[in-house]
Design a protein around this ligand. Structure first.
Ligand code: UD1
Ligand code: UDP
Length: 386
């Protein structure tokens, strides 16, 4: 008979709530479920997002063992944070995880990590260690990620640079594992699924949009860009639409602070197509089809280089300097003039475009989830990494 300590199944609760966390945690769930003899994994959705979260879990086939169903239209940070902490209590008491894994820098990540700490569970932080060093930018994500890092017991850093950021904050070396970013695992999995069969949502898009033309794909949602930043972005897109021989396709984030200015300023322009947020399968299909991408999204700037697509990032600071150094993305801020000139320059300077499109993705090899699973499997014997 096995001694009770010989090979206890590790109970791991994955907690996430927004679209990007779901995309980056989905392949981890799929990988951990392969080891059901050693790992008992469950998913708790805070549903900080609803429709945009459901689009992802449907595509990847992720079950929701717990669903706090918290999203409220136009929600604010105070009530959302409180609701997550409170909502996690019965879940933690019911599942009694050894580990709670959270992802990245959202309010869900920070509040779920805090709740997990209160419960006595160990906290694993996936995509740990990204920093701008400016607590106001991105807001509130820089602080969410730093606080989660302060709570976490094990840090899954996507790159060497993120590992170094953590070491500078006196996180012990043996508590950090460099894994690559799970977004690459998700992208590879997603691409293999859509190669097998063209998704229904892509067929719908193909009927509605002139996809045979050059496409500029746009996304944007950052809080620090609300107000003047978004107005500048919209004015810039309007000028690009007038000057470029291309179609602008813009799946508009459901946040009312985004929907308001975008629909007001960009509706009715013939080559600007404002569409619903896309399910992951049609979004990666669109990225693959696009000539270039203009975004303020973290995840998109990590994915696009794998598809050989240059990215203009509408932010002034970045916690993802690897892509800037690798030359796969250019930071253009929210300056109208700069967005227009860099876009036109990239569209028509083919040599520069080709140089950017050929560069290597610094964010991983698609094996990040395997490395995280390996940590849990070998951690039966060791307390943390070494
Ligand atoms: C959140 C995260 C941000 C992340 C982004 C990804 C925080 C503070 N912000 O920002 O870090 O980059 O998600 O997209 O954690 N809404 C819907 N349906 C949805 C999703 C959102 O209607 O499926 C609307 C609701 O009115 C909601 C609002 O958008 O109240 C804002 O959602 P929220 O999660 O608070 O902020 P995001 O801007 O989405
Ligand atoms: N994405 C998507 N549909 C869309 C727009 C984006 O599936 O209409 C995906 C995209 O591929 C990336 C992620 O959503 O993986 C990025 O999410 P978002 O920009 O909302 O958040 P961020 O990455 O900035 O935190």
């Amino acid at each position: 008979m096995l001694s009770p300590h010989a090979n206890p199944r590790r109970k791991v609760l994955l907690v996430f709530g927004t679209r990007p966390e779901a995309i980056k945690m989905a392949p981890l769930y799929l990988e951990l479920s392969k080891h059901s003899g050693e790992i008992d994994v469950a998913v708790c959705l805070t549903a900080q997002h609803r429709e945009m979260l459901d689009q992802v879990i449907r595509f990847f086939g992720i079950p929701a063992h717990y669903d706090l169903n918290l999203m409220k239209p136009g929600q604010n940070l105070y009530s959302l944070t409180a609701a997550i902490v409170e909502g996690m209590k019965p879940v933690l008491e019911d599942f009694r995880p050894d580990y709670v894994f959270v992802h990245g820098d959202t309010t869900t990540s920070m509040a779920a990590a805090l709740a997990a700490f209160y419960s006595g569970a160990k906290v694993g932080h996936v995509e740990a260690g990204l920093r701008t060093g400016n607590k106001w930018s991105p807001f509130p994500e820089e602080m969410n990620r730093s606080l989660t890092g302060r709570i976490a017991d094990i840090h899954f850093a996507p790159t060497q640079q993120s590992r170094e950021n953590l070491l500078r904050e006196d996180i012990p070396e043996r508590h950090i594992l460099v894994t690559g970013n799970t977004v690459i695992d998700a992208l590879q999995h997603g691409l293999s699924l859509i190669e097998r069969a063209e998704p229904e949502s892509v067929q719908v898009l193909s009927r509605q949009l002139p996809l045979h033309r050059d496409i500029i794909l746009v996304t944007g949602h950052r809080r620090e860009n609300f107000g003047e930043g978004f107005l500048n972005i919209c004015r810039a897109l309007k000028r690009i639409a007038e000057q470029a021989d291309a179609e602008i396709i813009y799946p508009v984030h459901l946040n009312p602070n985004v929907q308001g200015p975008v629909y007001e300023l960009l509706s009715g322009i013939p080559n600007v197509h404002l569409i619903e947020p896309q399910p992951y399968e049609s979004f990666i299909w669109l990225m693959n089809r696009a000539r270039l991408i203009i975004t303020d999204s973290g995840g998109v700037q990590e994915e696009a280089p794998s598809l050989g697509k240059p990215v203009l990032v509408m932010r002034d600071t970045t916690e993802r300097p690897e892509a800037v150094s690798a030359g796969t993305v250019i930071l253009v801020g929210t300056d109208e003039e700069r967005i227009v000139s860099e876009t036109l320059n990239l569209l028509y300077d083919t040599e520069r475009y080709d140089r950017m499109a050929r560069l290597h993705n610094p964010y991983g090899d698609g094996q990040a989830t395997k490395r995280i699973a390996q940590f849990l499997l070998t951690n039966h014997k060791h307390e943390y990494v070494s």
